[in-house]
Design a protein around this ligand. Structure first.
Ligand SMILES: CC(C)(COP(=O)(O)OP(=O)(O)OC[C@H]1O[C@@H](n2cnc3c(N)ncnc32)[C@H](O)[C@@H]1OP(=O)(O)O)[C@@H](O)C(=O)NCCC(=O)NCCS
Length: 168
């Protein structure tokens, strides 16, 4: 039952696409609305580096890629550059096994040591008790609420903004 936390590679993309597509099609935890293709994930993957603001960590269990944590551009206006948006998804068969905490902690450790990254923001569509617990456990603080900030599956949804100061 080996669990490995490592950098994401192109070979992980089919598994990561399938995990995310499950949540896109069946839940409101992500505001993506349509299934993503492998080509889309290949383009997404080009933003990540081993250093810098935008990084991708994956968790592998028993040689299967079962989740990821990523830091992404927060906003297109350039002064937002030192702020990143985070994203975390664990395979639905592996929830509550401590994998989210492991992979998200690894990403936050990397960002905390990264001079170019100053703040990390997690946007949590409410209710999402697992994500709320994980963000608060890892040192994120509530920074605001987007009241009915998104619309999916015929309803408006509130979004809580979580901020991690990355020790800076
Ligand atoms: C949110 C998510 C990443 C958490 O990852 P996970 O691997 O299931 O969580 P972990 O096992 O690492 O648990 C971390 C903490 O959260 C708690 N937790 C996990 N799921 C929970 C739930 N559904 N309700 C309440 N607490 C929960 C755990 O008990 C643990 O706290 P503890 O150590 O004090 O007991 C995972 O549930 C997931 O991928 N969900 C679907 C996608 C999603 O919502 N992504 C986030 C979008 S903002």
């Amino acid at each position: 039952m080996a669990t490995i936390i490592r950098r994401g590679q192109e070979a992980d993309l089919p598994a990561l696409r399938d995990i995310l597509n499950h949540y896109i099609l069946n839940t409101v935890v992500t505001f993506e609305m349509v299934e993503l293709s492998l080509e889309n994930r290949k383009t997404w993957f080009t933003q990540f580096r081993d250093e810098g603001r935008y990084q991708l960590m994956v968790v592998e269990k028993d040689e299967q890629t079962v989740g990821y944590a990523a830091s992404l551009r927060f906003h297109q206006r350039p002064a937002y550059g030192p702020s990143v948006m985070t994203s975390i998804y664990i395979h639905p068969d592996h929830l509550g096994e401590g994998l989210g905490e492991k992979v998200y902690s690894a990403l936050l450790d990397n960002l905390s040591a990264e001079p170019e990254a100053h703040r990390a923001y997690g946007l949590v569509v409410l209710p999402n008790p697992g994500s709320v617990k994980l963000h608060e456990k890892l040192g994120f603080e509530q920074a605001g609420l987007l009241h009915e900030g998104g619309y999916k599956f015929g309803k408006y949804h509130d979004v809580r903004i979580y901020e991690h100061r990355l020790g800076k």
